[in-house]
Design a protein around this ligand. Structure first.
Ligand code: COA
Length: 440
């Protein structure tokens, strides 16, 4: 690998002792401080609201949405370097921010783009592993297969086998993480071209940044699509630590499984319809609305369709959230992108209409805690507009983006020496006995 003008690894090396001290002090000063009560509802209800994880790269506020190292999405759009002035943030800049907590210069970001290109080689056996699956296999299955095949190059695994000391764990984790982040767009685009474009693979353009090159190797060279891909990768990268994919990676990595193993596990969680697969479900659902009612659907027809979905025992995809209680700012910035670049797109107009129609209906149901749209309610129609119409593929794009947030945190997990995760589980009988005794 060549020498790059960025000093990302050196910056991290400098930051790590500070943060290790900070954690040590936190433990000494406040190790026994209470952070709230655990209720039976929390134990049964998927640990909602239970504080149980350390996750440095981002924090989610139920009302305000995500902040990456303290910066909201509009703030990131303002301060992170863009390909051209006023454009969407470059994902490499966000990666730098997630890793260091600092906003990088354009020169640092450009150098990181070059470095990622230099790390992006994917060995032949990875393509062979993917090719051994039927073309009809879900793209997410092909993607995890590709990531697992990449694992054979893990620097962390090699270093561990050679007896690396715990104090240095973060270093091969860093190498694996940057390699993985660089390689996943190549694997992902291979799958797209294999499944939808007769295997006609497009070579990388090393003069392009991460988002633009990803769009290019998928087969989309419209400058607006490249901007969309930069925005897409940036906003899907991280959503604090408790969501299924992030938590899975953190859990698996806590066993000192390397970043490939941990990220592969995360992807399997992302492939679930209540999590990352929702972006696929949204576009399919919107297309089913158009198929049944046409593009010029009236508000009344749309209301009826939403009720029909709910009455058949299904969820309205793209609405609701485990933590958020307002419109997702990731939805809002995609809406702004659409208003700027594709205001007349009929499916965008349908998405806008849904924004008016769905929340009052979900509120009327009485049980939905958040009737507002999430990130997945919008992304599909944007991709569809630029020709990426294959909804079954969308979660792979989400997965590529997630590599940035998950890998950044995994480096910190090892730098901070975070231990094996091992929460306590109990049986229903245990809960019944405990609560009976407690209420006497
Ligand atoms: C995201 C999601 C899984 C969060 O689940 P949650 O934290 O359990 O949400 P809530 O506490 O609000 O759920 C309470 C009830 O409302 C229902 N509900 C929540 N969102 C709903 C939606 N969009 N449509 C219909 N019902 C919904 C739940 O299914 C649950 O019903 P139940 O008690 O009969 O099981 C849920 O909102 C959902 O399924 N949304 C649609 C899928 C989606 O967009 N996922 C992407 C998330 S980023």
């Amino acid at each position: 690998m060549g020498i790059f003008r960025n000093n990302l690894r050196a910056e991290l090396k400098e930051l790590i002792p500070e943060q290790q001290e900070r954690l040590k002090k936190l433990k000494t000063d406040y190790g026994k401080a209470q952070l709230g009560n655990t209720t039976v509802d929390m134990v049964i209800g998927g640990m909602r609201g239970m504080i149980g994880l350390l996750w440095e790269t981002s924090l989610l506020d139920p009302e305000e949405g995500i902040r990456f190292r303290g910066l909201s999405i509009p703030e990131c759009q303002k301060v992170l370097p863009a390909a051209s002035p006023g454009g969407e943030p470059l994902p490499e800049g966000l990666l730098w921010l997630l890793l260091t907590g600092k906003v990088p210069s354009k020169t640092q970001v450009d150098s990181l783009s070059d470095e990622l290109h230099s790390r992006s080689f994917v060995p032949d056996h990875v393509y062979k592993a993917i090719d051994s699956l039927p073309v009809s296999a879900h793209p997410m299955t092909q993607f995890t297969t590709g990531v697992m095949a990449l694992q054979v190059q893990s620097e962390f695994q090699k270093a561990y086998e050679n007896g690396i000391s715990k104090a240095k764990f973060w270093e091969p984790t860093y190498e694996d993480s940057l390699n993985l982040i660089a390689q996943v767009p190549v694997v992902a685009s291979y799958i797209y071209r294999r499944v939808y474009k007769k295997g006609d693979v497009i070579p990388a353009d090393k003069s392009l940044d991460y988002g633009a090159n990803f769009s290019h190797i998928l087969g989309f060279d419209d400058p607006k699509m490249k901007e969309l891909m930069r925005l897409y990768v940036t906003i899907h990268s991280d959503h604090e630590g408790g969501n299924v994919s992030a938590h899975t990676a953190h859990l698996v990595a806590s066993a000192l499984s390397d970043p490939y193993l941990s990220f592969g596990a995360a992807l399997n969680g992302l492939a679930g319809p209540l999590h990352g697969l929702a972006n696929q479900e949204v576009l399919l659902w919107i297309k089913s609305v158009v198929e049944e009612c046409g593009e010029n659907i009236t508000t009344e027809q749309l209301k009826d369709y939403v009720w029909k979905t709910l009455k058949s025992g299904k969820v309205v995809p793209g609405y609701g959230h485990g933590v958020l209680r307002k419109t997702d700012p990731r939805y809002t910035c995609q809406r702004e992108f659409a208003l700027k670049h594709l205001p007349d797109d009929p499916l965008f107009q349908l998405v806008s209409k849904l924004y008016e129609v769905v929340p009052p209906i979900l509120t009327e149901l009485g049980k939905v805690k958040n009737p507002w749209p999430n990130v997945d309610a919008h992304s599909g129609v944007l991709l569809n507009h630029f020709g990426l119409t294959e909804a079954r593929y969308f979660t792979v794009l989400f997965g590529v983006s997630r590599s940035l947030g998950i890998c950044s945190q995994l480096i910190w997990d090892r730098a901070l020496g975070l231990p094996l995760e091992r929460p306590k589980s109990v049986t229903m009988e245990w809960l019944e006995n405990y609560c009976r005794k407690a209420s006497v």
